[in-house]
Write a protein of this length. Sequence first.
Length: 186
Amino acid sequence: MDIGTAIRAIRKRKNVTIAQICEDTGLSQGFMSQVETNKTSPSIATLENIAKALKVPLAYLLLQKEDRMQIVRRADRKVTTSGPERLKVEHLSAAKNMRMMLVEMPPGGSTGETPRAHEGEEVHLVIKGRIYAEQGEDAAEFGEGDSFSWNACTPHLVRNIGEETAVVLIAIYTETEQAEPYLELM
């Protein structure tokens, strides 16, 4: 773990000196320097004191870098196409077990002629347009602001039934880590 580097980054961002941390925690400056350079590993109790002095949750110091906040700026979104209709897919996040995408579906466009199934659970929010969704024996039409969810292991399909491009926000959760990119949509 790279706890020392995280402590140093937080301390500098908050304009706190090593001396101030030592004053609040009772630790020596030499020990704090070794912690920040990852030359020694503090106990959980010591980490808890450092976290309190920095005014951050202890759990934050224990997170691996890949488990901390991941930011995807609009201009940096990965854009791909999916399915036989080459639907435009903007990837909004890339967590281990969760994917979030913005899908543009042209009028008449769909996820395919036949329903498909895959691992996971999905939540859909219609941002723009009108869509039809079908899963097994269930089917419904949805408009802007409507949402629906399902277990994706049952074959399903989504189709744009409107006269304009539909935009659907989709979140897909799986028990196992998803391969990048996750394109078995909807």
